[in-house]
Design a protein around this ligand. Structure first.
Ligand code: SF4
Ligand code: ZN
Length: 306
């Protein structure tokens, strides 16, 4: 197949745009769309210190690479990377190594924070002691450490590697589960005291494109899945969206645009509440005690009763 722009050998077929692109034109298109997304929500501005949440998986590695490539020439802009090591045997160590490698190559300051050091237990140990699902511990503690570390590093934004597939799955999932409060949390650029603003520069890029862009740049990539990964409903939504997109290309963008149209209503329905400081640890929370402290307390009592 040939590139629809220049006739060279195509490396990708973009179903949503009904065109084949060669390496050069695909990379150009990818980077142009990242720039547009970043500009649309003012994700990156002069004076920012951007913390990249770098798990070492394909999305975050591509994110680190493309941000450094597109924005490193801007004065007064800095990048740092944070890797959270949850302590998942066999799965996390190789991605931590990838994160170290890529930050070294890109010359980005890199901080690794582990559950074991901070909470005294790895995720594997929590799972053995506790009664909750692994992803509950993982999600709460990871978000907690990412935000705390980013804030302590004086980051102005926290960039994550969520792509278009992730975003549309989450939007649809929230609708299907009638969890509109959670849907409102996806509104970009929400400012809340104590929480470092999240940005998702790849939110308009298909997952397949992230992979192709990474491979074309020889970025270290792993496709291993976490051994605890068990999301039957999300998997069903993912498969449905995949089929639907295949039949009717571009519908993932429609899902995103529909959500964007609802943002003004969502903001009215869920005006931002002022967060409290957790009475135990001082981190931001809508309650008195943050969820991380609640889970930690629970784990300690379960551990002592073993
Ligand atoms: Fe954590 Fe694995 Fe669950 Fe992802 S799938 S939230 S890495 S436990
Ligand atoms: Zn707390």
């Amino acid at each position: 197949m040939k590139c629809d722009k220049c006739g060279r050998k195509a490396v990708i077929f973009q179903r949503h745009a009904n065109r084949h692109l060669c390496k050069r034109h695909f990379i150009e298109d990818f980077e142009r769309r990242v720039r547009i997304t970043v500009r649309k929500y003012k994700m990156i501005e002069k004076g920012d210190r951007i913390a990249i949440a770098l798990s070492g998986g394909k999305d975050s590695v591509t994110l680190a690479f493309v941000l450094k490539k597109l924005y490193s020439k801007i004065r007064d802009l800095e990048f740092v990377a944070i890797t959270i090591d949850e302590g998942i045997e066999g799965y996390r160590p190789p991605t931590v190594e990838i994160a170290k490698k890529i930050t070294k190559e890109l010359d980005i300051e890199h901080y690794i924070v582990s559950f074991k050091e901070y909470f005294g237990m790895t995720l594997d140990e929590m799972v053995k002691i506790g009664k909750r699902k692994p992803c509950t511990y993982c999600g709460v503690f990871r978000k907690y450490l990412l935000n705390k570390t980013a804030r302590e590093l004086e980051a102005t934004k926290l960039a994550t590697g969520h792509n278009l597939d992730d975003e549309t799955q989450t939007i649809l999932l929230n609708f299907l589960q009638a969890d509109i409060a959670r849907l409102a949390r996806l509104i970009p650029q929400r400012v809340q005291e104590g929480l470092v603003m999240r940005i998702k520069p790849l939110r308009e890029i298909y997952e397949k494109e992230v992979v192709v862009y990474g491979l074309l740049h020889d970025l270290p990539m792993t496709f291993d899945e976490c051994p605890y990964s068990y999301f039957p409903v999300r998997a069903a939504v993912r498969d449905f969206l995949y089929e639907f997109e295949n039949k009717y290309p571009g519908r993932k963008f429609s899902v995103l645009r529909s959500f964007e149209s609802l943002i003004p209503c969502l903001k009215q329905m869920y005006p931002q509440i002022k967060l409290n400081k957790c009475k135990r640890c001082g981190e931001p929370t809508p309650k008195d005690i943050c969820q991380a402290c609640v889970l930690l307390e629970e784990l300690k009592s379960q551990n002592s009763s073993v």
